[in-house]
Design a protein around this ligand. Structure first.
Ligand SMILES: [Zn+2]
Length: 51
């Protein structure tokens, strides 16, 4: 079984039971808790990392 967010194989039983990797689960929780402005901030940070 792979993580539906990043498509990497789930290694731990907990991740398989939840159907998502621990990192992506945390990210999704952060996104759910943040307003739309928070998502824009995340995208901007990602662009900066790529540069
Ligand atoms: Zn993932």
């Amino acid at each position: 079984m792979n993580c539906p967010v990043c498509n990497r194989p789930l290694k731990s039983k907990k991740s398989i039971e939840r159907g998502i990797g621990p990192v992506c689960e945390k990210k999704q929780q952060d996104w759910e808790n943040q307003p739309p402005d928070g998502q824009l901030t995340f995208v901007e940070e990602t662009v900066l990392v790529i540069k």
